[in-house]
Design a protein around this ligand. Sequence first.
Ligand code: AP5
Length: 290
Amino acid sequence: MASSMAAACAAAAASLSPPQSTAQRPGSQGRLLFPGAPASSRSLRLRTAGRRSPATRSLRRASKAVVAALADPLKVMISGAPASGKGTQCELIKAKYGLVHISAGDLLRAEIAAGSENGKQAKEYMEKGQLVPDEIVVNMVKERLLQPDAQENGWLLDGYPRSYSQAMALETLEIRPDTFILLDVPDELLVERVVGRRLDPVTGKIYHLKYSPPENEEIASRLTQRFDDTEEKVKLRLQTYYQNVESLLSTYDNVIVKVKGDVTVDEVFAEIDKQLSSILDKKTETVASA
Ligand code: AP5
């Protein structure tokens, strides 16, 4: 319960802040800290009599978000072509909403790094820009999704499902998202994004040599490149994406939100943030009126 409260409080606290690309991570151990507030106000005790100050109104909103987050945490899927910005946006969403980020690509790369049999098989497909077979991917993601932290804090599924069969595997378990965010970026920008992408193996942060360059020489010197980040491979990955995306759009058509992805990282996040806040508000109203 402590961890779910932490996530709920983090989400509530975060919902009071304006969007920012360097969104602060939620308080680590479940404390909702309002700047300048005495320790006694951390319990979100609210005064109801008389006219409410802006601070009190903020606290009430936070309190409602806590209730909603505890009752029914956010469930988000994010999709889009290779290098459309899913990972970049997930870092910001995770920081603001405290969701558990589950990236199918990252899980597969972890298997490769561990030298497991699944990893060896997965790499063969990833090198060809093809989908890794369901026998490997479906259970891997399902198991992560059913972990208590994801169930309590809410989840952010990145790059999964990617095919009709993967979507159906979730439907069978009655696992459905509140929203399916589709990042829309013209193909001609994707190649440039892929070849310029670099990763920091220490922090996991995603960089781009032109659009998000490393902050200093020390970081620059340790950046790595993914084995499938070449022009040739991204074209194959893109082909695979287009072969499968329609089936996803029809499965999730009642919750799809298309977000323009060819603007700055901050602008993309502002749009996603608006959508997620609105969903959280609706959940809060439902809980508050129940
Ligand atoms: P995965 O790792 O998921 O790769 P992907 O879907 O191709 O997506 P990327 O990670 O390449 O890009 P992204 O959208 O996260 O973009 P990012 O934020 O990094 O999958 C890899 C492989 O694993 C697949 O090909 C497949 O083989 C296998 N696989 C994965 N999931 C699977 C599944 N469900 N089933 C079967 N197989 C699966 O951004 C890219 C670059 O652009 C960065 O440099 C970033 O700094 C920059 N950037 C981001 N946003 C902006 C912006 N707004 N403006 C300018 N630059 C930006």
